[in-house]
Design a protein around this ligand. Sequence first.
Ligand code: HEM
Length: 401
Amino acid sequence: MAENPVTDWATDFDIGDPTYETDPYQIWDELRERCPIAHTERRGGAWLPTRYDDVAAIAYDTEHFSSRDTSVLPSPEGSTTLVAPPITSDPPFHTAARRILLPFFSPREVEKLEKKTRSVCTELLDAIEQRAGGDPTVVADAAGDYAQHIPVRIIAHMLGIPESDEGRFTDWAVRIFQEGASDPEITRTAIREILDFFGDEVERRRQERSEDLISFLLDAELDGGPLTEKHILGTCFLLLMAGIDTTWSSIGSSLWHLAVTPDDRDRLVAEPELLPTAVEELLRAYAPVTMGREVVAETEVNGCPMHVGDKVLLNFPSGNRDPEKFDRADEVLIDREQNRHFAFGIGIHRCLGSNVARMEMRVALECWLERFPTFALAEGTEVRWGGAQVRGPRAVPVLLV
Ligand code: HEM
């Protein structure tokens, strides 16, 4: 994916560089020390803050930094930026657009999804076990055979769209967040297909409502009137995309960590009550999401002048490993008590789906460890990491016993 190899990460970084995808941790450590806000002219140009406090300051500052284009890559030429409320909205509109969705993501609603999540996990584990047929040499893919399928089925269930179409939904997420980095046309086509798909789904519910999120949006009100078609389609787009490869990446990196760290794996098997703190720590250490912002008024961050039109990448993953904020920042401590990480963002756009994601991670890890308590990385196979905006392992080959 790299146009040409990076020689100086401070002045010429490339988040699509294979090294950045596979092992960005040393790059961030070095930048935090040497040049905490890196810059590049590649891919249309961008700033990359690496310290927790700088990332947080930008995320909180909605006066100078707009969310109207949150992509970390340049938008396809000639395209109008996709409107996907509330993630692409700025104040004051953002508050109302977000408020509409809150009831659907409350802890009570999320609790109702736990049984469904457990049954999805069980079904996937049964299939993996059946394929292995008791042969200890058979390699399973903890990312591709398991993690990848859980969040997409849950968000499909919430939206009321067919779970059996999960392959199509995943393909859209892969095209937008992974393949689109090398060819913007791929992103453009996938966005059009998603909006067409939801156009049909909305039309069907205009005839007859059901109990799902799309029907809920059709009846929602903003400023005393119904939402526009554009708003509804953009929000459906956001929920489908936000709910797929984010959590898939986090479940995948958690299983990868446990596959290569038998002490943590064994401790979680013996003390499953540690799962909630372990989930937080795995989210901190392997935070998948980096978001874009656009500078809309001249400003300065930590002495670094930023100009109108500049792109800034909110590097939550690096901030989460900032030693000024976290003790032993580069270590994974599954019983870490103080853990104010910002894997879910910070400020007004903080993740609306965090309760769903946490529940999915906890249930997915619990079910996996109950079934395969001694699983381990398969020697001599390749773990493949990928993703610029949403980073995670795309293949985690493991032996189940
Ligand atoms: C581990 C999984 C997840 C991670 C790491 C994650 C991360 C994030 C981050 C960093 C943001 C902030 C964006 C910004 O500042 O521009 C965000 C926003 C959002 N996320 Fe998530 N997310 C995850 C799962 C989910 C799920 C499962 C859903 C839905 C079912 C979801 C829905 C949303 C929505 C709607 C927003 C926009 C909130 C707003 O703009 O007010 N996310 N997420």
